[in-house]
Ligand binder design. Structure first.
Ligand code: GLY
Ligand code: MN
Ligand code: MN
Length: 429
């Protein structure tokens, strides 16, 4: 592993909180993700199912977590099933976790080999009334054409035990995971600190005619060197008008003298993420117009993020941000105040230059689980990411920080990433 072990009290506490929300006499089964394949025998790598990781900290494929808090036999209350290392696995891939190691990581006393899962479950299922099963739920992704181990578990379990009741484990985790514990915040802080180092190195490297993917390479080199396990997502390194493509990821073009680069990137450290966006001039000096736009976006970030605080409704935060950006668009001469006053509220004019939400939960997932209908609470970590995109001027500017909501306001976890224009110009000089 590329990170020091996470002390297991975090996972023990998470399981206690999860169990407290389960219905009486029910069993939860969480399954790991698959190792994703490319072609023939090559693989894309492995990223754990975050609900399973949250509850046990095991970062290995072919893992099953079974929780049965009301089990009559004490040894059945928590069981972890893991992959057994064969001679072949030892020679080709190296040792998988031993039962002792898995027990130490998770704090779960009973660890079994995964091939014994069906047999062990049989007795427990006979006693239980219901199952909680995992499923990769997302409010916006409507197509889902990759079968996961969780999908196979749902099919298998419902076929084998058709008359039990079934519930969504994700409904519980989406309630628990948005509130971060101190250990989780520390890991996210580390992710942000690593990203700060990477960003400063990119500023020192950038110059006219460098390619976007060269900046990506520089970023990746330093993030990995500092202990990131991977990018939190494929970074967006968009120069000039590319910055107006919200999910630009080809990162193929030459950075031209006079243009600005938008870099939206994140670090995954110990499976926890940062997500930050910064903009900088290719030649090290912002033009007057770039300064105007940048100043507007920075103003919206500073003012808008103040509303990321306990007791505020997410929709009210977003409405306030939209109002701030609208006012800046008028100041920049991009919108006409009179027309804005007369606009159809269903089709606000600002959407031409600003067309996305500006706060999402972040944690084990970059777009972390959590309901937007839930009022903000202390312990939540959200991004704040206003932007203004003016394709006809080759300027796209977004600035993004990550904020921990506390009892009194919020803390910027990404404070270390330079954001003032003078600091950026100084670092590029
Ligand atoms: N990089 C995706 C986002 O900022 O949400
Ligand atoms: Mn981002
Ligand atoms: Mn974001």
């Amino acid at each position: 592993m590329r990170y020091p072990p996470i002390p297991n009290p975090l996972f023990i506490r998470n399981r206690t909180n999860f169990a407290a929300q389960m219905k009486p006499n029910s069993i939860a089964i969480l399954a790991s993700n698959d190792v994703k394949h490319t072609n023939t025998d090559d693989v894309m790598g492995f990223v754990q199912n975050n609900d399973l990781f949250y509850l046990c900290g095991i970062d290995q494929e072919e893992t099953l977590l079974v929780l049965y808090p009301d089990a009559y036999k004490k040894e059945n209350r928590e069981i972890l099933f893991i992959k057994e290392t064969s001679e072949l696995i030892k020679i080709w891939d190296g040792e998988k976790l031993t039962k002792e190691e898995a027990s130490e990581i998770s704090g779960i006393k009973r660890v079994e080999w995964i091939q014994d899962f069906e047999m062990v479950l049989q007795y427990m299922a006979f006693e239980a009334d219901a199952f909680y099963l995992g499923h990769n739920e997302h409010m916006k992704r409507v197509t889902h054409n990759q079968e996961t181990q969780q999908d196979r578990m749902i099919a298998w379990c419902k076929k084998k035990y058709p008359l039990h009741d079934y519930y969504r484990a994700a409904k519980i985790t989406r309630h628990l995971r948005p509130i971060k514990s101190a250990e989780e915040v520390q890991l996210m802080q580390k992710a942000s600190d690593i990203s700060s180092e990477g960003f400063k190195k990119v500023l020192q490297t950038c110059r006219p005619n460098i390619k976007e993917y060269e900046l990506e390479a520089e970023l990746m080199y330093h993030l990995q060197k500092e202990g990131a396990i991977r990018h939190a997502f494929k970074p967006i390194i968009a120069s000039g008008k590319n910055a107006c493509v919200l999910h630009y990821q080809t990162n193929n073009e030459v950075c031209k003298d006079g243009d600005m680069v938008l870099m939206d990137f994140g670090v995954c450290y110990a499976n926890y993420n940062s997500d930050t966006t910064r903009c900088f001039p290719v030649n090290g000096k912002f033009s007057e117009r770039q300064k105007e736009v940048y100043r507007s976006v920075l103003h919206c970030l500073k003012e808008g993020s103040k509303l990321l605080k306990a007791g505020v409704a997410h929709a009210d935060y977003e409405k306030n941000m939209a109002n701030l950006i609208e006012a800046e668009l008028i100041k920049l001469g991009l919108l006409d105040a009179q027309k804005v006053a007369e606009q159809d509220p269903e089709k606000p004019l600002y959407k031409k230059y600003f067309m996305h939400g500006t706060a999402h939960h972040i944690g084990l997932d970059v777009h972390d689980v959590g309901l937007y209908s839930r009022t903000l609470e202390a312990g939540m970590v959200l991004t704040c990411e206003p932007g203004i995109y003016i394709a006809e001027e080759r300027i796209g500017c977004r600035l993004e920080n990550d904020y921990l909501i506390t009892e009194n306001g919020n803390v910027n976890l990404t404070e270390a990433l330079p954001i003032e224009m003078e600091d950026i110009e100084r670092l590029m000089a």
